[in-house]
Write a protein that binds this ligand. Structure first.
Ligand code: ATP
Ligand code: MG
Length: 284
């Protein structure tokens, strides 16, 4: 069958952004809360699953690709390949102890018990660090484990740290950093491999667009050179003469992360009437 099967999380923190990414890639999906949906304008089918099951299904070829957190990919250790990092659902897997504990470093964990839903990642970490601690595998609500006497520490997903704080815990070590990724079956070939290539091309266009802004400004003749040097753009900036003599309109793109610095420099160089617009897609 010449359609690519994509597994995404049915319900949870990744669902909405996974669907949004597919939508931004121009893929229209009729979503009726079913297990499976077909895109109407691109050869993909979407399977809605629990994120824990996605690595297994992709490894078995039930799905060809999947979107989920890197943390789950590493925990499950199935034979899948990370095809693309997606930049959302950023979080970290951390160790936390009760606020009042005199934690002095990893050696404190020797002989202690750690509750986690990530026993495999945790076991590997402890082995690497040469720490002999017990692992209490539980399936949820990890943060309450120290309070009820189930464990001395926890190993859990953290983003802001507010859940830990509310439960009287203190983050002491980061084990790994994670974000959503697109995983693929390693033996994908033929038509489906080609569709995956097209999908990745679209994903990168969406991601690039998010990292850049389109910028337009007015520049007097005598500062044109300085201003253009500040705006290298994709190749070089566009320069158009204004109706008023001695002035030009300069168009270019700037990276989001250097944006404010560039704007300050442009103003100092004599730029006026600066307009900044979002970019929807960008093909580098
Ligand atoms: P499921 O029912 O599908 O098994 P779940 O409860 O295991 O869902 P969620 O809580 O929806 O999973 O989280 C899914 C993924 O989102 C996590 O594996 C992680 O990669 C990421 N994530 C979890 N918590 C956060 C957070 N606080 N901030 C950002 N990303 C997070
Ligand atoms: Mg899960």
């Amino acid at each position: 069958m010449n359609r690519l099967k994509i597994a995404i999380q049915k319900k949870g923190r990744l669902s909405e952004q996974s669907l949004r990414l597919l939508r931004e890639c121009g893929i229209r999906i009729s979503n009726g809360g079913k297990l499976k949906a077909e895109a109407t304008n691109f050869p993909v089918d979407v399977l809605y699953l629990r994120d824990d099951d996605i690595p297994q299904y992709v490894a078995d070829g039930v799905a060809d690709v999947g979107i989920l957190g890197e943390n789950v990919v590493l925990e499950k250790g199935k034979k899948v390949r990370v095809a693309e990092k997606l930049g959302f659902a950023r979080c970290r897997l951390s160790l936390a102890v009760k606020r009042e504990e005199k934690y002095v470093g990893l050696s404190w964990l020797n002989g202690k018990k750690i509750a986690s839903t990530y026993p495999n990642i945790l076991r590997r970490f402890l082995e690497e660090q040469g720490i002999a601690a017990g692992i209490e595998e539980i399936s949820g609500s990890v943060e309450i484990a120290p309070g009820i006497g189930l464990a001395d520490a926890v190993c859990d997903i953290v983003s802001t740290g507010s859940t830990l704080m509310m439960n009287g815990l203190r983050e002491v070590e980061t084990i790994l950093r994670s974000e959503a990724v697109l995983i693929a079956n390693p033996s994908l070939e033929g038509e489906r491999q080609k569709i995956l290539g097209q999908l990745r091309f679209r994903i990168r266009a969406v991601q690039n667009a998010g990292q850049y802004k389109y910028i337009l400004l007015n520049a007097p003749d005598d500062s044109l050179e300085t201003i253009c040097a500040l705006l290298p753009g994709m190749k070089s900036p566009t320069i158009l003469p204004l109706a008023e003599k001695g002035w030009n309109s300069v168009h270019s793109v700037v990276k989001e992360d250097t944006f404010w610095e560039v704007i300050d420099n442009l103003r100092q160089a004599g730029a006026q009437g600066i307009l900044v617009c979002p970019i929807e897609k960008m093909f580098l």
